[in-house]
Design a protein around this ligand. Structure first.
Ligand SMILES: [Fe+2]
Length: 361
């Protein structure tokens, strides 16, 4: 039997709290493509050009690929891929210094076979350097005025490239922090699951169903992630229930049931310790409320029960029914469907039951 380690919980809470501010931040710049588009827009606007591209180095493929572009055909974007040292951008990347060309046709540095098809006339190509690593290349071509670029303009592009490299690097750092946050929430869920071997995997399955159902009901983006994470730890209050009750391989008597029914309130206390967890309160606290107001702990009814809690209630009940328990076999799917339908409008939100059943059909 695995006994829950309170110290471990505290440690995880601290980590999550610390990661909080970063994960919130990263939501703002999480959309990589938007960031790349912004960089190329800024660069081409400032340089007054109609064509440009941002290429990043793909380590796995050992190639530079276009991640955002302006004025280039889709075909060029999709098919351009250069090895370090290949083409102008490849050279810029490998040698880590900018290349400035007034007219490629007249420039002896570029033989025809070594040219990338969209390069024409004047261009500036600068490396993106983050720390001591080259991470990509920023290219701008053909000024709107058709005049060649000036040295000063190349310096401006250098500044944009440095800023872009820094932003891209920060973004990947934030992504790593966010991954660490997700890992920590998942560890918390795993600790819970391991404590109750009879329901192993329950949190994960509920989180999975909840996410699918939430998406189906039109929840997306950040809200969907909060919903999933809340579903993962919805039973966190069970850490306060003694093992003899929690692990009892038989049906509970009424006193024991009362102790178990405290887990939403205990959960609320537990997550109240960390401000970051406030977002999970609606689900942790109210996933055992009934649609008709006869649930616990508050006796909320109808739409007063937070939507996330109504969704988790259905997914939680479903997984509990179709999983095997020490004192009973898993219920057959058709019987579990019947149970859900019987509880529709009393225990569960009828609309959510309807959508859930359509989803698992
Ligand atoms: Fe629960």
């Amino acid at each position: 039997m695995i006994v829950i380690d309170k110290k471990r919980f505290d440690e995880l809470f601290r980590i999550i709290e610390g990661l909080h501010k970063y994960s919130v931040l990263s939501w703002q710049v999480n959309r990589k493509k938007e960031l790349y588009r912004l960089i190329i827009k800024e660069a081409t606007d400032l340089m007054n050009t109609k064509m440009g591209s941002l290429m990043l180095y793909n380590k796995d493929k050992d190639r530079l690929e276009i991640v955002a572009a302006r004025g280039l055909s889709r075909k060029v974007i999709e098919t351009t891929s250069l090895k370090p040292g290949e083409g102008v951008a490849g050279l810029v990347f490998k040698r880590r210094h900018s290349i400035f060309c007034e007219d490629i046709e007249k420039d002896p540095r570029f033989k025809k076979k070594n040219r990338v098809k969209y390069y024409s006339k004047s261009f500036v190509s600068v490396p993106l350097i983050a720390g001591d690593k080259a991470i990509g290349v920023l290219n701008v071509n053909n000024k709107r005025s058709r005049k060649p670029f000036k040295i000063e303009e190349m310096k401006v592009l250098r500044v944009i490239a440095d800023e872009a490299a820094m932003t891209i690097q920060n973004q990947s750092l934030l992504k790593r922090l966010e991954d660490a946050y997700i890992d920590t929430i998942q560890t918390l869920a795993k600790l819970l699951d391991e404590r109750i071997p009879a329901t192993r995997g329950h949190s994960w399955r509920v989180a999975n169903l909840t996410m699918r159902l939430g998406r189906r009901l039109g929840i997306g983006g950040k809200d969907l992630i909060i919903l999933r994470d809340a579903a993962l730890i919805h039973d966190i209050g069970k850490i306060g229930i003694p093992d003899r009750i929690l692990l009892k391989p038989a049906k509970l008597n009424s006193k024991e049931r009362k102790a178990v029914e405290k887990h939403p309130s205990v959960g609320m206390d537990v997550i109240g310790r960390a401000e970051f967890f406030n977002r999970f309160v609606p689900i942790v606290a109210f996933h055992h409320e009934w649609y008709n107001g006869k649930g616990y702990p508050m006796g909320l009814s109808g739409n007063r029960i937070p939507l996330g809690a109504r969704i988790v209630a259905v997914c939680d009940a479903w997984d509990a029914m179709v999983s095997k328990r020490p004192y009973r076999d898993a219920m057959k799917r058709k019987d579990a469907v019947k149970e859900l339908l019987d509880g529709s409008g009393t225990q569960f939100d009828p609309f959510i039951v309807k959508e859930f059943l359509k989803m698992i059909k």
